[in-house]
Design a protein around this ligand. Sequence first.
Ligand SMILES: [Zn+2]
Length: 462
Amino acid sequence: MVSRRLRAGLSLVKTLFVVSLWFSLFATRQLAAQSAAPVTLVKAARLLDPRTGHFLAPAAVLVEDGKIKKVGAPAEVQAPSGALVIDLGSATLLPGLIDGHTHLLLSVVIPPEEERKRHLNPFFAPADLLAIVESPTKRAFQGAQNAREYLESGITTIRILGHSGIDGDTELRDAINAGRVPGPRILAAGRKLITRGDYLQNLNPALADAILNQEFLFIDGADRARAAVRQNVFQNVDVIKVTADVNLTVPELAAAVEEAHRNQLKIAVHAAEKAAIQTAIEAGADSIEHGNEATDEQLKQIRSKGIFFDLTPTAYGGFFLKIMEPSVVLSPEARSARAESSARRDKEYDQLVQRVLKSGVKFAAGTDMCWFWAGKTCGQASVITLLNLRAAGMPALDVIRAITVNAAEMLGWQDKVGAIEPGRFADLVAVAGDPVSDITELERVRFVMKNGEVVRNDLAPR
Ligand SMILES: [Zn+2]
């Protein structure tokens, strides 16, 4: 618990920070005013509203001070004199994309087969351990590169749900907000709350806690769960992330939920297996991450409790074979075994997607992206992963909803992002074709605007 005196001290620091930020913003704005118009009019042949599925054609969006001021037909939305006009021609505008589940400060290179045989959790653990013990500065630069690649691919808002070291995600968020590096809006979870024994095993007992504390906060009883949430609150996180496994009890998770909610934070719970999903439901999670083994009965409970289902179609479509193929030698036996298990899991995922849609639960999507894919940027890999939902049988409009309007609600940012309407941040993307008839258009985003500033424009001269 933060003491009253410490709170008072912190609020003084905050006040000073806000005052100095105001001065620096004022100075920046004075400079910006010389080079860019404060008001921008974006015109395009069509604008998709993911909520209704309707297109506005043709469309104009007036942007002022980083926010959307007006949306309508070009005849109704006039640009004041001096405004910058961006005409995107025959393109389709839609809201900036949202990835509800990322790990930007991790880039796992899958080890060769022979090495994998010698580890527990072999796909993930060696690279996670290396990331923890290597230089945090190196890791921060990796995060900054991934953030830029995300933004360039049209993903303008993300949640980072762990694996960022002690403060990598909150610092990256603040660096982006301060304009030091380009990247999406970030909701940061800080350190992930886990029970002992998750993720990394067989560590040197003399060093284990020192290593694990760099990446995780332990839950060991309800009091420790509350303390872990408070530790993250002190670090000014935006969301709490907990991994539920068989070792986590309902009272422990419920304590974390209560403490998060007391601090007006949502709590995202990794739960893939049936028992963990039940723990997350009973403890009152705000979102269930992955949820792969959810039963129909559990989906009913998830719906009645208003919990979000955050689908992560990461492994779909032979993802691991695809990312391994360019660099990892695979024996023919290992390749065919993996192809077989991948095809089996895809079928199960197809069924999960249909069951989720039928159940009426609120759903969004995330990539769980922490994997290195040679030849793809982190942003490209992420968009391809999100679109796996279409291959798994989700209608294109629902996929777009999952990564715009629905995701915004899951984040608690439904008044800030996820739709193109007055008052929300001016985060827009444009594609050349119709993303509803061909969802792969989203892999070829041609225009990105974040906060009213153009990140890329391959469609028209600025
Ligand atoms: Zn994850």
